[in-house]
Write a protein that binds this ligand. Structure first.
Ligand code: GDP
Ligand code: MG
Length: 334
């Protein structure tokens, strides 16, 4: 269904002498055509919770990747797409670089590596409130292993909350001697700095047709997007009690018949790893699952601009993080 959206569709391109699929490849045209489209990819890497999704959301002006105050809520390479004035930046918001030996973390690390192929720049985001730890050093090692010609920028985030930002950025810079630029900002509280960064990224784009229609801001299938909203609600409600062994799959999406006032029906499975986790997610008398469902439904309705009936089911799926089939269902190349 999403494929329809991703078909080239250049009707909306403004005042272009050259539609996006008809870029002149001769340099002789370059000065004639200041309006030729430019497009490219930018990867955002960094350990969980440093503010990658926040940066992306500020750049795009919409909520694309789920944010919670807990790490690892972004499990797959969600792309955000920024299109304006014949420029298109496609962001790869990588899954958090993850330590540990399960198959899931292997799949995530692979996804990080794949997300930095063919990009105009890699942004390494770090948290200026703290000095580098082992996770940051892992990311730095990964970055040093990439093509040395790849443009890397080090972004120190949470400047608003950092006590020793200069010292911190210095320590991170030592881990990334190859970084072409080093900047400090607050993705959450200083949108102007973020817009300036976005404009600098736009300047890097090579001439290229758009990769996506200019009204698409994410290439996630709607089921994946909705599942992440539900998962975000689970994580927010359960806090410490059930760390990361939760996955959500939307296995039914039933649009109401045209013109009816029935709600959209969604059925979501919430996977937990142990029988003992079920009652935690359900809560006493079902209070927890109701609260999870209520806030997820509100978010869904807000974004979809229609009434939603959200049906949640808690399913025990043992060791799904080490189960190839399960990971494939969640969208990983396992
Ligand atoms: P990600 O895991 O790297 O995608 O991180 P998120 O974007 O989900 O952010 C993790 C947490 O850090 C959230 O609670 C954000 O609100 C918070 N955060 C992000 N950017 C900033 C910032 O510039 N300053 C402060 N104080 N908090 C931030
Ligand atoms: Mg994130």
């Amino acid at each position: 269904m999403l494929d329809d959206h991703l078909q080239p569709d250049h009707d909306d391109l403004e005042q272009s002498e050259h539609p996006a699929d008809d870029v002149p490849d001769s340099p002789a045209h370059a000065d004639v055509d200041r309006q030729a489209p430019r497009a490219g990819f930018v990867a955002i890497v960094g350990k969980p919770n440093v503010g990658k999704s926040t940066l992306l959301n500020t750049i795009l002006g919409v909520k694309v990747a789920p944010i919670t105050s807990k790490p690892q809520t972004t499990r797959r390479g969600v792309r955000g797409i920024y299109s304006a004035d014949q420029r298109q930046l496609v962001f790869v918001d990588t899954p958090g670089y993850h330590r540990g030996g399960t198959r899931l973390s292997g799949a995530m690390n692979q996804a990080v590596r794949e997300s930095v192929i063919d990009v105009e720049a890699v942004l390494w985001m770090v948290d200026l409130r703290r000095p580098p730890n082992d996770e940051d050093r892992d990311v730095a090692r990964l970055l040093r292993g990439l093509d040395p010609d790849l443009r890397g920028w080090l972004i120190g985030n949470k400047l608003d909350a950092a006590k020793y930002p200069e010292e911190a950025i210095g320590l991170y810079r030592d881990l990334a001697p190859q970084a072409e630029r080093v900047l400090s900002l607050s993705a959450l509280n200083d949108p102007d700095d973020v817009y300036a960064l976005r404009d600098d990224l736009l300047d890097l784009l090579p001439e290229s047709p758009f990769y996506f229609p200019d009204d698409v801001r994410s290439d996630q299938p709607r089921e994946v997007w909705a599942a992440e909203l539900v998962r975000e609600s689970v994580m927010t409600h359960l806090r410490q009690e059930l760390p990361y062994a939760v996955a959500v799959v939307i296995d039914e999406w039933r649009d109401p018949p045209e013109g009816s006032d029935e709600p959209l029906y969604l059925h979501a499975e919430i996977w937990v790893e142990k029988q003992g986790h079920r009652p935690i997610v359900l809560g006493r008398g079902g209070a927890m699952i109701k609260a999870i469902g209520r806030s997820a439904r509100k978010q869904l309705e807000l974004f979809l601009q229609q009434q939603v009936y959200l049906d949640l089911e808690v399913v025990v799926r043992r060791a799904w993080r080490d189960d190839r089939d399960a990971l494939r269902e969640l969208g990983y190349e396992a």
